[in-house]
Design a protein around this ligand. Structure first.
Ligand SMILES: [Fe+2]
Length: 159
């Protein structure tokens, strides 16, 4: 059975918005993976504060992955679920456990900025389509990643 989806959004709009959300999902997955990895591998006299800061961030991103993927499904599109599918959808580079703590935090700060740009594009697509639920989710993700970027920036001693 292939029931028609009648939620007030056209198939073209649902497909367009889902495509942008899928890019946000892939960037979020990559930033999640790197943040959790740096939580494990960060080293130095400020280990505990960095370790805990990164835990707070990866837990939030982990929860958001489910919200974003399920929003894609609600739009009638399949969510990507393999490492290779995620790898093809994101511009975020893999982390490097050999880096020192400052370099790890700086890299993550820049990754949040990349993710923010992706989420802003998805917000604009959702807004243009009149898809309030996706726009609302992207608004929440923008607020979260702008906050994380600020926390990392401040931890690095920058404004
Ligand atoms: Fe842990």
């Amino acid at each position: 059975m292939n029931a028609k989806i009648d939620t007030g959004l056209s198939k073209a709009d649902r497909t367009d918005v889902a495509q942008e959300l899928t890019k946000v999902l892939a960037d979020s997955f990559a930033v999640y993976l790197k943040t959790h990895g740096y939580h494990w591998n960060v080293r130095g006299p400020e280990f505990f504060s960095f370790h805990n800061l990164l835990e707070q961030q990866y837990r939030d991103i982990w929860a958001a992955l489910d919200d974003i993927a399920e929003r894609v499904r609600a739009l009638g599109v399949l969510a990507p679920q393999s490492y290779s599918a995620f790898g093809n959808l994101t511009a975020i580079k893999d982390g490097d456990p050999e880096k020192d703590a400052q370099a790890m935090l700086k890299e993550l700060m820049q990754d949040h900025e990349t993710l923010i740009a992706t989420a802003r594009k998805a917000f604009e697509a959702a807004d243009a389509a009149g898809d309030e639920a996706s726009a609302d989710l992207m608004t929440q993700r923008l607020a979260a990643h702008e906050k994380f970027a600020w926390m990392l920036r401040s931890t690095l001693g920058e404004r």
